[in-house]
Design a protein around this ligand. Sequence first.
Ligand code: 5GP
Ligand code: ZN
Length: 137
Amino acid sequence: MSDCIFCKIVEKEIPATIVHEDDDVLVFMDIGPIIKGHALVIPKKHYDPVTETPDHVINKLFLTAKKIAAAQMNGLGADGVNIMQNNGKASGQEVPHIHVHVIPRFDGDGHHWNWNPKKYDDFDEMAELAHKLRKQL
Ligand code: 5GP
Ligand code: ZN
């Protein structure tokens, strides 16, 4: 994809601080870290969104994210890690080339997700949504 910023990073047309590279994936530092050490795992081939990405690519992305999480814990002293993957503008995705965020977390790092749990009107409403999901599986 000629106008994709992450494809340009893969092609080394724009610079990035690379953590890991193999035939399939590239891992580089996020330029706007939620917490310092925040890395992005991307496939070298352009896919988006997750539902259009082949299973073997998903496997490789998340296995690589696991390795990066371990590196953040062992190498940066992270106490925890957030692994995130956004799809679509509604989710907050800005770059439409599938990527997995691996964000090191430190006790008392001061970051709080805007996690605002809602309530279902009643059990039936929740069950109905679960039913709609099950029908698609
Ligand atoms: P999204 O919101 O799409 O899930 O996340 C996109 C991420 O890519 C953001 O965290 C943003 O900081 C990062 N990003 C966007 N442009 C660049 C870039 O040119 N270089 C690097 N290293 N990261 C970028
Ligand atoms: Zn791309």
